[in-house]
Design a binder for this molecule. Sequence first.
Ligand SMILES: Nc1nc2c(ncn2[C@@H]2O[C@H](COP(=O)(O)OP(=O)(O)OP(=O)(O)O)[C@@H](O)[C@H]2O)c(=O)[nH]1
Ligand SMILES: [Mg+2]
Length: 287
Amino acid sequence: MMDFDKVPKVSWFPGHMNKALRQLREKLSLIDIVIEVLDARLPLSTCNHELGDIIQHKARMPLLFKADLANRDTTAAWRDLFKGDGYPVIATHYRARDIVPRLLKQIEKAEAQARAARGTKYPRTRAIRAMIVGLPNVGKSSLINLLVSRNQAKTGPRPGVTRHQQWIKIGEDVELMDTPGIMYPHIETAETALKLGVIAAIKPELVGVELLAEYLLHVFNDQQCLDFKKFYGLDFYPDFVDDLLDGIGRRRGMLLPGDEVDRTLAASTFLNDFREGNIGTISLEMP
Ligand SMILES: Nc1nc2c(ncn2[C@@H]2O[C@H](COP(=O)(O)OP(=O)(O)OP(=O)(O)O)[C@@H](O)[C@H]2O)c(=O)[nH]1
Ligand SMILES: [Mg+2]
């Protein structure tokens, strides 16, 4: 069992977070729907619990992204949970073929739902304006690139609104703000910091790559997800992070003078292989 007491307390600069929230509030006055990109492996910890208060009656659509890296059944359970709470949710990833039409359909549905909930009687007279928000590294830019590459037509800056805001037409009836809103997490426990570090939503160095590798090994062992043994050509299942890093380091020749394994490099390799989906698809949070 991992000892969470050794995880350093990750501190945040409130000014940083407040600025992001302030900018978000300003931009929100221009939009009709917020697409909140969540990491499918970590939907709860990548979700912003203040967002509901900020966007109020506007439509909100959770997008369980990077679903190719998560456990299929767990993602389905998360999707059902969000659905049960009344959210129009989609689970997908950047290589999914049908992503653009699915997203457009869901945006229109969500916006109609939100309008009905507000009791709006009049029909819409302009395109639906959408904005993508999410924590660092969850895939916001990849998603925007996907949407843009299908439809390069950028509409110019809108006079009288925000001067530098670009809107991208992504469907007959939907426009997307070209810059995503960056959110910051609330890190309440050491385990949350570890989870966010593992998916690189916070700088891994803030927690420490060796600690992150230890946590990831703990999760792999816990979930009996042991593909990494074969991937690294290990002839044993490591219970302890020391054995894992030693195994990876020796197999890959990550040695320092004196025949010592470069543990930081071995830990980073393990984490990168996880982030790229090379050592199994697992979820870090269960509904
Ligand atoms: N496997 C997988 N990788 C993805 C997916 N989407 C994005 N990535 C990768 O995740 C990393 C981060 O993606 P970005 O699109 O840059 O994420 P972002 O939210 O814009 O990140 P910041 O700009 O740093 O906040 C990149 O290496 C992407 O290639 C996905 O659906 N599946
Ligand atoms: Mg980005």
